[in-house]
Design a protein around this ligand. Sequence first.
Ligand code: F6R
Length: 239
Amino acid sequence: MNLHILKDAGAVARAAASLIAQKVKSAEIRTLGLATGRSPIAVYDDLSARVAAKELSFAGITSFNLDEYIGLSAQNPASFHAFMQRHFFGKVTLAAHHLPDGMAADPAHEAQSFENAIKQAGGIDLQLLGIGRNGHIGFNEPGSALDSRTRLVTLSDSTRSANAPDFPTPGDVPHSALTMGIGTILEAREQLLIATGTAKACAIRAALRGPVSADCPASALQLHALVHVFIDEDAAALL
Ligand code: F6R
């Protein structure tokens, strides 16, 4: 793994955005896997600013997001569709963008269609990832099979409470989601993991230094040949 320990969250965002920008500019990537959550917001801000300054264009890029809550429409402000619209899609032009549809009548069919769309696009060149406090990537909670594919999953209590601030009341957090599987994520040709803050220190230690185990889904990244890890000093505190 290419591990970079940086001073603070701002430096992590700048470094991650610079890596993505350089690969988009050089046409090294055509497909980009995207994440939601607090971690990538500053990355999207940085990339959007480069687009506004006409230094960068995503016009040739097709994106695939990791996950979406079950039961939330794209219009629901707490959905990942709405998050992406606010922080990125509303500010940049992409060739196409894909998220799993949390309102699909048949989630298993939707999961398969999402996998097919990734294949048709030629696979994902670079996948941006955050990490949950319990070591999840996407919504692959501890116990997820390392070869899992895009599917319907049940969210853990830890994940539901971490994401509760995005909802009017904690009881509104959905109990399930559609997520790319760990196997799906590992097929991306390059990985970019970002994490900041002391709340992520345990998960980062388990992911980078622990055994490869379903107990820490992010530890599966140790099996991948090309992983860039950008974390701040707080998230690196237990390494
Ligand atoms: C988001 C996702 C999650 C988050 C993780 C960290 O699409 O799949 O794995 O990356 O929960 O979230 P934040 O960045 O809010 O700490």
